[in-house]
Design a protein around this ligand. Structure first.
Ligand SMILES: Nc1ncnc2c1ncn2[C@@H]1O[C@H](COP(=O)(O)OP(=O)(O)OP(=O)(O)O)[C@@H](O)[C@H]1O
Length: 979
């Protein structure tokens, strides 16, 4: 600022460090002034010539605070020896004299009016950026795909549909049961991401098998920018301070001990990840986890939660305990019936104990879906393609509908079909039917049947001739040994030297040089000895993966296998070790043995047959062959292949078929020599019937409910259009420039960002000290792990929007304008108002406010130019003004500016009522419709939880109340003078 006459006791505010509060002149020399900032406990010495300080001078009518805390209103201002003496009145109208040095120092000039009049004037382009940030943030949060588009994933309709359906619910409780490898982890991540971004959830606990901890940690960070805290015993102890030597001493004295001093490690972070065994092996940790507050509990590979009428497994009990306290629950499993229908039912009961209380009723209900599915099919078949067509439904359809819907709903649909659109009426009828009947709300399952682009699965059966003696001898062993015959060979010495499968495997690996091969066997011990032998004896680049290894070593092994240049050719994994893992870069799977469980078989094949698999999946299966004594492995392979076709296709009926035929199958397998052919025929017929039934009944309904192609594709289209839009790079460039963040543009779609030397804030949100390489292109992000995918949902972008819109950045400015119709000297004030609704984020009230940012551009006569001179157009023609000139200008025209600002407030005030009324109407319609729907549904479908309805009613009441309290606040003011 220009040179001032500093006098002891005068009050100033720092232009560059306004957060120091009100400063007071402590010492003045001929060249410098020392200013104390009592609120911050700081002192600064400035050169008198160039001090970045603004004199604080209050006017009559303004509110001030005395240092003793008393609030006052100024009635008179006098100047004595260079210092101001205010005369002011308190709330009781008592007059008091306040010398300026007695003013409260804790004043923060953050409101635009205060900042403007105390000389805190920002750059004009920062004002523009602020306005734009507010508008863009509003647009981004209003999009229906908000929270789904920012993840580093391909936009797949079936995943987006499920995620948007589930994430829009309050505290969703669902079983995500897509077939193996269709992306349940991604769906869960999308749901969590959307719930977090929209404020519906804040805290989440993810529980996974040991083997998947690291994969989840990495996937959540890499794909969703969600940073989880991984809890194991060591980490918990460290959080509790138990790893410090002094811990014991600290609590030596009983009187020192206060239970509240104990930290609950599960409360140390918002997003926590731990393994299932961690909480089942440590009851006190389970208690701590249950004592913490969770909006969402996610359990991966939930088929491990075994339950039957006699006994619930430890795993089931632990999750049951947590499921009672967590509001939302997502269970993930591709094979919900792997442990039988009882466990499946029990898991549904975890989700909704009121609905699933009777196993028998549940089993009966499962069978009754066919007529409903037929009706839905029937309606879809008469649905015209053209939305313009109106007409009647046939009597037959109306009669069928009457079985499921009340007369009022049917009449509504008939009227709509006749007057509006037959297509629309049928769409809505189908939606209501799916909504009201079936397990649709709790169980969501996409199958490969409904999704294209999956690889072919090719079975390569490799008969291995077994000597008669061995064949007969092996046939005498229990079935378990026959299916895992290394136990038999072990009796002769090192089993791998005798078992002919090993020699076969070695040859296959050599023949497939250059191809990655995943070998899965049942036991960890078998995996280890096999790998050791192949690596040490035959120089095969291999690695091993089993449940006995610690997490780090498992992840190392998986990474070594995944390394395309120098990695292992072969990974030998045990059953448990390989579950849930992503190995789709390999096209060759060796089943070293066969599990006696179709779902386990599907889990094995699913390691390769997953989204992202670019080639065909070759399944290599060695089976002992001996014509005289047919072997168990060979018979089981036949049953899987010819009985239920489980190798070459995912097999939805595998578990049911196994349950139905286990009594016949198991003795036949065990009996060396018994003929399996009649059972193959019987199983195949059964499988055919069951598949047909499922396709017509439950599975069809599930499929229709889990992905409605039209809306799902519309979501993809909208998100793709957003990806194409170049508003984000253009906006970000301006923002980064304004904050002095360094960036280099590699190309239009990828940049390298670095913290700049003179950044306005340090650290910059979402920008690591080491910098960040970013891309705006989804495809590039998908193929380049080293680049961050920048979208409106990325922490750096959201952080930038917050940094600008939630601080005083750019909330005051002065500029000049040359526009011939305006006479030089004409003054305009551009005022931006925001409809401010201080409500919890979870209510998402901004979604209902169509125009929360209002802009007025007013001259001293009260004429508003906002329409004629839009924000963008105005920004292009404004000229910047040097700060001292701007401060001078504001000082001189303070009264005039104040009066125009008052007028802008009067001009926008009536808009508040309109905005609030519109928002209240929308929120009542939106939530009211949902309440009505749920109440309707509850009459026919016990899937609806009463808390869901209560929650919505409460949410509606709260939303209306908060909207009533919404107020318009001046967000930024710019003074513009025509020249
Ligand atoms: N939308 C997507 N974009 C990119 N990759 C995806 C997408 N969906 C899934 N994938 C990839 O496909 C693989 C399978 O996904 P995911 O692990 O989520 O499947 P899953 O259904 O949980 O599998 P499993 O049944 O084995 O547990 C993973 O490698 C995942 O990263």
């Amino acid at each position: 600022m220009s040179q001032q006459d500093f006098t002891l006791g005068q009050r100033y505010v720092s232009d560059t460090e306004p957060e120091l509060g009100l400063g007071v002149v402590l010492q003045v020399s001929t060249t410098t002034a020392e200013i104390g900032f009592p609120a911050a406990g700081e002192r600064r010495t400035y050169s008198i010539k160039q001090a970045p300080l603004s004199r604080v001078r209050y006017n009559i009518g303004e509110k001030i605070k005395h240092q003793d805390g008393q609030a006052l209103t100024i009635t008179h201002v006098m100047e004595q020896s260079g210092c101001l003496l205010y005369e002011a009145v308190d709330a009781d109208d008592q007059t008091r004299a306040v010398p300026e040095f007695e003013l409260d120092s804790f004043v923060q000039f953050s409101k635009p009016r205060e900042r403007l009049f105390s000389g805190q004037i920002d750059k004009s382009n920062h004002f523009s950026l602020r306005y734009r940030s507010r508008v863009l943030r509003h647009h981004s949060e209003q999009r229906s795909g908000f929270g789904l588009g920012g993840a580093r994933v391909s936009l797949l309709p079936h995943q987006l549909y499920i995620a948007s359906q589930v994430a829009s619910r309050y505290a969703p409780r669902v079983l995500l049961a897509d077939e193996v490898g269709l992306g349940k982890t991604i769906e869960a991540g999308l749901i969590l991401h959307r719930q977090l971004l929209t404020g519906r959830a804040h805290r989440a606990l993810v529980i996974v098998p040991d083997t998947l901890m690291h994969q989840w940690l990495v996937e959540m960070l890499r794909r969703f920018n969600l940073s989880f805290t991984l809890l194991d015993e060591a980490r918990c102890q460290s959080l509790e301070g138990k790893d410090c030597d002094d811990f014991v001493d600290e609590f030596d004295e009983p009187e020192d001990f206060n239970p509240e001093d104990i930290i609950n490690p599960f409360e140390s972070a918002q997003l926590v990840l731990c393994s299932l065994s961690f909480i089942t092996d440590n009851p006190e940790r389970l208690e701590q986890a249950s004592a913490a507050d969770w909006d969402l509990l996610l359990v991966d590979e939930a088929h491990h939660l075994e339950w039957n009428r006699e006994q619930a497994s430890l795993e089931y009990q632990a999750i049951e305990q947590l499921a009672r306290v967590a509001r939302g629950l997502l269970l993930l499993t591709a094979t919900p019936e792997q442990l039988g229908v009882e466990s499946h039912f029990a898991r549904l009961r975890l989700l909704d104990p009121d609905r699933y209380y009777d196993l028998e009723a549940f089993i009966a209900e499962q069978k009754s879906y066919q007529p409903l599915s037929e009706l839905v099919e029937h309606l879809n078949s008469v649905r015209p393609e053209d939305a313009e067509v109106t007409g009647d439904l046939f009597d037959a359809q109306i009669n069928e509908l009457a079985e499921y819907l009340d007369q009022a709903s049917i009449d509504r649909a008939l009227a709509q079909a006749k007057t509006q659109s037959l297509q629309l009426a049928i769409d809505q009828l189908v939606e209501v039917l799916l909504d009201r009947h079936g397990t649709g709300r709790v169980l969501l399952r996409n199958t490969r049947h409904g999704i294209s682009g999956f690889p072919e699965r090719i079975l390569h059966l490799n008969p291995i001739e077994l000597a008669d003696d061995d064949a007969k001898a092996l046939g005498q062993y229990p079935l378990e040994v026959q299916l895992k015959p290394e136990g038999y060979w072990a009796e002769q010495g090192d089993w791998w030297l005798f078992d002919p499968r090993v020699e076969w495997l070695k040859s296959l690996i050599k023949a497939k040089r250059g191809h990655k091969i995943l070998v899965i066997c049942a036991d960890g011990d078998t995996a280890q000895s096999l790998e050791l032998y192949l690596r040490l004896r035959h120089g095969i680049a291999s690695t091993v993966f089993h449940e006995g290894m610690n997490l780090i070593n498992r992840d190392r092994a998986a990474a070594y296998f995944a390394d395309m240049e120098e990695g292992a050719q072969v990974l030998i994994a045990s059953e448990i070790g390989s579950e849930g893992r992503n190995f789709q870069f390999s096209q060759d799977l060796v089943l070293f043995d066969l599990p006696l469980n179709p779902d386990l078989l599907e889990q094995r094949i699913g390691r390769l047959d997953r989204i992202g698999q670019a080639g065909s999946v070759n399944i290599h299966l060695p089976v002992y062959h001996n014509a005289a004594a047919p072997q168990a492995q060979a018979k089981l392979a036949d049953w899987y292949h010819h009985g239920i076709n489980a190798f070459e296709h995912t097999c939805a009926i595998g578990q049911s078929a196994f349950t139905a035929f286990a009594d016949k199958l198991v003795p036949l397998l065990a009996d060396c020599g018994a003929d399996i052919n009649p059972l193959l025929k019987e199983t195949a017929d059964y499988a055919q019937t069951l598949n047909d039934e499922l396709q017509a009944g439950r599975d069809k309904l599930l499929e229709l409910n889990s992905c409605r192609p039209g809306p799902a594709q519309a979501m993809v289209d909208a998100l793709e259009a957003l990806d194409e839009d170049d508003t984000l790079p253009e906006y970000l460039m301006r923002a980064l420039d304004s904050f002095n963040v360094d960036y280099e543009r590699h190309s239009d779609i990828s940049w390298v960002l670095h913290p700049g030397e003179h950044m306005r804030v340090d650290p910059y949100p979402g920008l690591p000290e080491s910098g960040l390489t970013v891309t705006f292109d989804r495809d590039v992000a998908l193929s380049r792990d080293d680049m961050s995918f920048l979208s409106w949902e990325h922490p750096l972008v959201r952080g930038t929007l917050e940094l600008i819109a939630d601080t005083e950045f750019g909330n005051t400015a002065v500029a000049t304008l040359k526009l011939p119709p305006l006479k030089p000297g004409t003054m305009l004030v551009e005022a931006v108002y925001c409809l401010y609704t201080p409500a919890p984020a979870s209510l998402q009230l901004s979604r209902y406010i169509s125009q929360p940012v209002m802009r007025v551009l007013m001259d001293t006569n009260g004429k508003d130019f906002a329409q004629v001179l839009g924000a963008d157009k105005l920004n292009q023609i404004l000229q910047k003004v040097a700060r001292p000139t701007a401060q001078e200008l504001v000082r001189h025209s303070r009264e005039q500016i104040g009066a125009v600002l008052d007028n802008t407030e009067l001009a926008v005030a009536p808009l508040r009522a309109g905005q609030v009324a519109e928002a209240k109407h929308k929120v009542s319609e939106d939530i009211g419709r949902e309440i009505e729907r749920l109440q309707d549904l509850a009459k026919v479908n016990p899937n609806i939880r009463s808390e869901e309805i209560d929650y919505l009613s409460d949410r509606l009441a709260q939303s209306l109340e908060y909207l009533d309290n919404a107020s318009l606040k001046l967000d930024a003011a710019r003074v513009i003078v025509a020249v």
